[in-house]
Design a protein around this ligand. Structure first.
Ligand code: NAP
Length: 313
C-alpha cells in the first residue's frame, strides 16, 4: 500500500484564489487589506521567506510594505517602529520576521504588536482567544495543517491525534486547533517516554520536531494520516543516500543544488500511512496562504465585519 499524497501546493493555491476573490469584493467596498513585514538585517533564509510573502500579497491584491531596519537595531527602535505600524490605519497586519538579532528582546517586540494586527497569531491575547475558542488570529502553519485535513476530507472529530513538538508557533497551537475540532489530543516532546508507541496510537500524527526523517514506519499506525511540518535541509551525500537512494528526481535536484529539503517524516512512512503530506509541497505552501487569509481576516475584524469560516468542510 502507498499513502495518498496530500497536495499542499494545490490546496494553498485554492486558498490564495479564494483570498484574491475576497480582496476584490472588499475593494468594491473601498477597503484594501494591508500587510507590513518587518525584516531586520540580511538573514538569507528570512529574506527568501519575506520575498515569498510579498509576492503572495501582490498576487492576491493585498497592499504590502517591507520595513527593513539594520542588523544593529535596538529593542527600543523596533518597539517604536511597531508602535508606528500599530497606529497606521491602512496597515491591517504586522509580521515581524523571526529570528531577530541577539541584542533584541524578541518577546517584548512581539508583545508590542497590536493583537488586532497580529497576523502571526503569536500575541498572548490571540493565544488566549484560540484556547477559549473566541474569534482571533490563529498561527498560520497550524491553521494550514487543519485546512489540509479538512479540505482532504479527513475526519478529525473523535479521532486520536498525536502532535510531536510543543513549540509556541507550531506544536501547541496545532494541538489546540485539533482539540477545538474535537480530536482526542496527545502532545509529545523530547521527554516523552516510548515515543513510537504513543505515536502509533494516532489516527492523525503531526510531526513538528525539526529532525530530518525522525518519524519512521514504526511510529505509524497502518492507515493513519501523517502531517509533516518539518523543514530540514540535507547537504551530506551519505545522509541523502540514507533517505532517498533510488529516487531519481531527488538525486537530480541534490546534484544540481547540493541540498534537498526533507521533513521530519521518513519517506518509507508512505508504505504504512493512509495519507501523508510531502516535503516540499505539503504544509509549507499553506503557511503563506494562511497569512493572506489572516491579513484579510484582520482587515475585516478591525472594521467590525464578521469573518466566515475559511474551510468548506
Ligand atoms: P522547535 O521550536 O525547535 O520545537 C521542536 C519541538 O520538537 C520541541 O517541542 C522539542 O521538544 C521537540 N523535539 C525535539 N527533539 C525531539 C525528540 N527527539 N523527540 C521528541 N520531541 C522532540 O521547532 P518549531 O519551530 O516548532 O518547528 C518544528 C519544525 O517545523 C522545524 O523543522 C521547522 O523548520 C518546521 N516549520 C515549518 C513551517 C512551515 O511553514 N512548513 C513553519 C514553522 C516551522 P522539547 O520542547 O522537549 O525541547
Amino acid at each position: 500500500m502507498s499513502a495518498l499524497i496530500l497536495d499542499g501546493s494545490k490546496i494553498g493555491q485554492e486558498i490564495r484564489g479564494e483570498a484574491a476573490a475576497e480582496v476584490k469584493t472588499m475593494a468594491a467596498a473601498g477597503v484594501r487589506p494591508g500587510l507590513a513585514v518587518v525584516l531586520v538585517g540580511h538573514n538569507p533564509a528570512s529574506e527568501i521567506y519575506v520575498r515569498g510573502k510579498v509576492k503572495a500579497c501582490e498576487e492576491v491584491g493585498i497592499y504590502s510594505e517591507k520595513v527593513t531596519p539594520p542588523e544593529s537595531v535596538t529593542t527600543g527602535e523596533l518597539l517604536g517602529l511597531v508602535e508606528n505600524l500599530n497606529r497606521r490605519e491602512e496597515i491591517d497586519g504586522i509580521l515581524v520576521q523571526l529570528p531577530l538579532p541577539p541584542q533584541v528582546d524578541s518577546k517584548k517586540v512581539l508583545l508590542a504588536v497590536d493583537p488586532a494586527k497580529d497576523v502571526d497569531g503569536f500575541h498572548p491575547m490571540n493565544v488566549g482567544f484560540l484556547s477559549t475558542q473566541r474569534p482571533g488570529l490563529v498561527p498560520c502553519t497550524p491553521a494550514g495543517v487543519i485546512e489540509i485535513l479538512k479540505r482532504s476530507g479527513i475526519p478529525i472529530a473523535g479521532k486520536e491525534a498525536v502532535v510531536v513538538g510543543r513549540s509556541d508557533i507550531v506544536g501547541k497551537p496545532a494541538a489546540m486547533l485539533l482539540l477545538n475540532a474535537n480530536a482526542t489530543v496527545t502532545v509529545c516532546h523530547s521527554k516523552t517516554h516510548d515515543l513510537p508507541g504513543v505515536c502509533r496510537r494516532a489516527d492523525i500524527l503531526v510531526a513538528a520536531i525539526g529532525r530530518a526523517g525522525m518519524i519512521t514506519p514504526e511510529f505509524v499506525k497502518p492507515g493513519a494520516t501523517v502531517i509533516d511540518v518539518g523543514m530540514n535541509t540535507l547537504t551530506d551525500p551519505a545522509e541523502f543516500q540514507r533517505f532517498f537512494a533510488g529516487n531519481a528526481k531527488r538525486e537530480e535536484t541534490f546534484r544540481k543544488k547540493g541540498s534537498t529539503l526533507i521533513g521530519d517524516v521518513h519517506p518509507e512512512v508512505a508504505e504504512v500511512a493512509g495519507a501523508m503530506t510531502p516535503v516540499p509541497g505539503g504544509v509549507g505552501p499553506l503557511t503563506i496562504a494562511m497569512l493572506m487569509f489572516n491579513t484579510i481576516k484582520a482587515a475585516k475584524m478591525r472594521r467590525g465585519n464578521s469573518v466566515p469560516e475559511l474551510s468548506r468542510a
